[in-house]
Design a protein around this ligand. Structure first.
Ligand code: HEM
Length: 561
């Protein structure tokens, strides 16, 4: 019976695939028969392998051979993952290409990953193109948890984002925020893109801190060719690369992306070498009146300190300079070009990278200013309470100064509630364990890409009663901060990879918002459809930009100048 059955299958295959069976001789016939049997067999074995392999892994959907679950994912990853957590539980896994991804969706398991096993889970897994251009992933955000990353992070925290440095740049922030108020005053009654206003201010502050408070807008250090190289790099980084999902193919570089990126890196190297040579040739002019040096100068000095625990080699300096160059260039483009041109150039930057480069500081802050303003305009009673608080603290005859900010408890609660509902990095930045370990009773193999789904945690009714309602009052009770102390609230991340920019981000956010709300009344333009839906990305933004119209709120016009 079995041979008969086999013969039947054999004949049915031959008749339905006759084109495949048109053979010239017996050898061809045999070869094709073997192939035809082995393909389904391999598929079957693959399925069995995945099934068996899954038993110890977190539950999750099966995918297709080779591409895994990739074809079934839509662009709203945070919502899709949250939806999947309702089906598969607080931890689930899925294959994207040949890479295993695990998503953690509960406070309890976030604690295991980011506290109990923080050290194990502190690696990153950068995309291949990012590795090439960041000199092998040696910048802060993509570097693995190693001595080099600790060194860079320490440098950023102690030299740029330290309290002393933040204090010494207070005047610079005040100037930038005043500029925003002046600019908006000049456009009273007109439509304003809120994100753009905030973005500009934050970008100026950060570039100023990196390149010298007093010379933040000086791009003379950067060669003419930089912009061209930069946009090519950005384009390459944003292009989907099969090597990221199927690493064994990266050796072949099928799309030629790594080769092209290497070419751009050589151009970039030459440009950065020029900058460094220019600065090293006794040009230490980047020092302000108080003798404070900017970040570039500090980096260059560290190059020469071979014995210092934080000495840097030239590639490490270049990786850091690359990011700050791009920020500076974007600032330059934004300032010097006509709006259409700017928009066009910005659109040329693929979405996720536009987000990646500016993420660190600017995009996150401006996105949050926009979300907070959107929620306030959506909830007039909240706006009234904020303005009452501002009146109490400042009156109507003065403008906001940094010293007022700690007194604005209600505004602070509104910002935190907005962070809860719209965390700008809803999956944080992916982590990866440096050894196999167990989470929630499941195996997480070494090298797995792990996401902490902050979006799900922030909207889980077990953590937040009436979780979908906007209720700032919940943050007036108890003690809430951004340092990841309470795992129900993680907008800046948690553990050793937590955002190092919290003090600056928080200051700028409250300062810009308090100034916009104290100095102006805001309304939506009549032709605006108001909605609060978002668009997933590295930074998740408001899908439709918030366009609002300001009117004068303070009677003394001199306060705006
Ligand atoms: C509203 C403002 C900001 C928000 C919401 C924000 C949020 C985040 C988040 C969620 C992460 C990932 C943390 C994790 O993986 O656990 C991160 C990483 C990072 N942020 Fe921020 N950030 C903001 C502002 C800033 C500023 C102002 C700077 C610096 C000037 C900065 C520099 C960085 C860096 C360097 C990393 C990578 C840290 C590492 O991997 O070790 N951020 N940020």
């Amino acid at each position: 019976m079995t041979p008969n059955f086999g013969v039947k299958i054999y004949h049915s295959i031959i008749s339905s695939w006759s084109w495949w069976w048109q053979v010239d001789n017996h050898q061809d016939h045999l070869a094709r028969a073997i192939l035809t049997v082995s393909v389904p067999l391999l598929l079957f074995l693959w399925y069995q392998y995945i099934r068996n392999d899954r038993t110890s892994l977190p539950p999750g959907p099966y995918g297709l051979p080779v591409v895994g679950y990739l074809p079934f994912l839509a662009s709203d990853l945070h919502e899709r993952f949250t939806h999947m957590s309702h089906r598969y539980g607080p931890i689930f896994s899925l294959w994207l290409g040949s890479k295993l991804h695990v998503v953690v969706n509960s406070v309890e398991l976030a604690k295991v990953v980011a506290r109990d096993l923080d050290q194990t889970f502190a690696n990153r897994t950068p995309p291949v193109a990012a590795l090439t251009i960041t000199y092998g992933g040696i910048d802060i955000a993509w570097s693995n948890n190693n001595a080099h990353w600790r060194k860079l992070r320490k440098l950023l925290v102690s030299q740029v984002l330290s309290n002393a440095n933040l204090d010494s740049c207070a005047g610079f922030r005040t100037d930038e925020v005043r500029k925003v108020v002046r600019d908006v005053y000049g456009r009273i009654g007109k439509k304003i893109d809120i994100n753009k206003v905030a973005f500009d201010a934050e970008l100026n502050v950060v570039t100023g801190m990196l390149w010298g408070c007093s010379e933040g807008k000086d791009s003379s250090d950067i060669g003419d060719g930089f912009r061209e190289v930069e946009f090519k790099i950005i384009e390459l980084l944003g292009a989907p690369n099969i090597s990221d999902f199927i690493p064994m193919l990266s050796w072949f570089d099928l799309q030629g992306r790594q080769r092209e990126m290497q070419k751009q890196k050589e151009h970039l190297d030459r440009i950065l070498d020029n900058i460094i040579r220019g600065r090293s040739n006794g040009n230490s002019r980047k020092m302000d009146e108080d003798g404070r040096k900017d970040f570039v100068q500090i980096l260059l000095e560290l190059k020469d300190q071979k014995d210092s625990p934080i000495s840097l080699n030239i590639d490490q300096i270049k990786a850091l300079l690359f990011v700050s160059c791009i920020i500076l260039q974007l600032l330059d483009i934004i300032r010097s070009c006509k709006t259409d041109f700017v928009t066009k150039r910005m659109l040329m930057i693929p979405k996720w990278l536009r987000q990646d480069i500016l993420t660190a500081a600017t995009d996150t802050t401006s996105t949050m200013v926009e979300w907070v303003m959107a929620e306030i305009l959506h909830h007039p009673e909240v706006k009234t309470k904020i303005q009452e608080e501002l009146n109490d603290v400042l009156g109507m005859n003065s403008i906001v100064e940094e010293c007022h900010l700690p007194k604005l408890a209600y505004l602070d609660a509104v910002i935190k509630e907005t962070f809860r509902i719209h965390p700008p990095l809803p999956l944080l930045i992916q982590r990866s364990p440096d050894e196999s370990c167990t989470v929630g009773g499941y195996l997480i193999p070494k090298g797995t890409i792990v996401y902490i789904n902050v979006w799900a945690i922030h909207r889980d009714p077990r953590n937040w009663p009436n979780s979908l309602e906007f209720k700032p009052e919940r943050f007036l009770k108890g003690k809430w901060d951004y340092n990841g102390n309470n795992l129900k609230f993680l907008p800046f991340g948690v553990g050793r990879r937590i955002c190092p920019g919290i003090p600056l981000g928080e200051k700028m956010l409250v300062y810009i918002l308090a100034s916009l709300l104290h100095s102006f009344e805001w309304r939506l333009s009549e032709d605006e459809d108001f909605e609060v839906s978002d668009e997933f990305g590295f930074v998740t933004k408001k899908r439709k930009p918030l366009i609002a119209i300001p009117s004068q709120r303070l009677s003394d016009a001199r306060l705006y100048l």
